[in-house]
Write a protein that binds this ligand. Structure first.
Ligand code: ATP
Ligand code: SF4
Ligand code: MG
Length: 333
């Protein structure tokens, strides 16, 4: 494993009480693979990614847990230790690529800045490396002289990937790298990412709300709901034989990137308010399979090798899967 997170807790101070945005999340990213972190809007994906990077907003607080990175244990509370890993060991592509590019500087100058200031490159060598990086991500090196606004959305995203690759990090965390793009450009960027990952043997944590992105490009997946990881394992296994009702529901709710599918079934209702999360299973209010036991919180447990699930009814997954495939199961009466 390149990265292991245990019982991570991140809270935000707010006037109306603390938001427990990540509340006991467990996650392991294997070396040399792409791991997807998927879940609906507001379930804490960006918060988790930013906590690993040590770049939480001011009102964010690492409230507990452990982070192991490449054989080292970092105390989750020690934000300065996390910051020291930035760029060189772990790099980050933020949720909007515009956030990683400064509009007033040429893209090439921003790339050189990272290489010189953080990587200790000599100017000349930084120029060569910038050309190389643009080539790697499929951008014409002549465009290094452009400003970000002269790039299309897809090109900006490629530039953000080039920035992330600049110092040969061991792990790249990409937060929704293709979300704002049309499906064709999404596939092109994901193809580039996959190719680079293979070529450079990168480890990638890819954050997305779109399970079809996971199906298209990820080796492993962790499904997050209301601040916790509820299922994780090999992507192929988790997506075709899910054990958690939330994963079953997510799969029904998204179109496939590769082929047109039939009707989509939404999961009705919305995630709980993370200022006052329910004590039991956090999916209970929306789960068609909830039983009285679900008033207690299920722990994430290994159900088969490499496959973890947090659900009291995981042992009945075969029957639940059959029911989950019926649209009526998800319709509230
Ligand atoms: N700076 C902040 N202050 C207070 N609450 C915040 C802050 N940032 C996020 N939150 C809250 O924390 C929770 C998790 O947010 P986060 O952005 O991590 O979710 P996400 O899974 O990345 O969602 P999305 O798919 O929309 O990007 C949400 O309830 C959100 O409203
Ligand atoms: S623990 Fe209960 S409520 Fe939670 S997902 Fe499983 S069946 Fe549904
Ligand atoms: Mg987010």
């Amino acid at each position: 494993m390149i990265l292991t997170i245990e019982d991570l807790k991140v809270h935000y101070r707010s006037r109306r009480g603390a938001v427990q945005a990540v509340d006991g999340a467990d996650l392991s990213v294997p070396k040399g693979q792409i791991m997807g972190l998927v879940g609906e809007s507001g379930c804490g994906k960006t918060t988790l990614a930013r906590a690993i990077m040590g770049v939480l907003p001011r009102n964010g607080l690492l409230a507990g847990g452990k982070i192991h990175f490449d054989g080292r244990e970092l105390r989750a509370r020690d934000e300065s230790a996390l910051r020291a890993l930035r760029w060189r060991d772990i790099s980050f592509i933020p949720q909007s690529a515009m956030n990683s590019l400064d509009p007033v500087y040429r893209v090439g100058d921003q790339l050189k800045e990272v290489l010189v200031q953080r990587g200790g490159y000599a100017r000349e060598r930084a120029t060569e490396r910038s050309v190389e990086l643009f080539g790697l991500v499929g951008l014409d090196p002549a465009r290094l002289r452009d400003y970000p606004h002269q790039f299309s959305g897809g090109m900006r995203q490629r530039a953000a990937i080039a920035l992330a690759l600049a110092l040969d990090p061991k792990l790249i965390i990409a937060d929704e790298p293709v979300t704002a793009l049309d499906v064709i450009v999404q596939r092109q960027i994901l193809d580039t990412l996959k190719e680079l990952q293979r070529q450079l043997r990168l480890s990638v944590l890819l954050v997305t709300h779109d399970i079809s992105v996971v199906a298209y490009v990820c080796d492993q997946v962790a499904v997050m709901y209301a601040g916790r990881v509820v299922e994780s394992g090999p992507a192929q296994v988790v997506l075709t034989r899910p054990f958690h009702p939330y994963t079953m529901g997510l799969y029904n709710a998204f179109p496939d990137l590769e082929r047109a599918t039939g009707e989509l079934t939404p999961i009705e209702g919305s995630p709980p308010d993370l200022r006052t999360p329910p004590e039991g299973c956090r999916f209970e209010a929306r789960c068609p399979f909830a039983v009285s036991d679900c008033g207690k919180a299920p722990a994430l447990e290994e159900i088969e090798q490499g496959h973890q699930v947090a659900c009291w009814r995981a042992g009945e997954a075969v029957q639940l899967r059959e029911q989950a495939a019926e649209v009526s199961t998800w319709q509230r009466s």
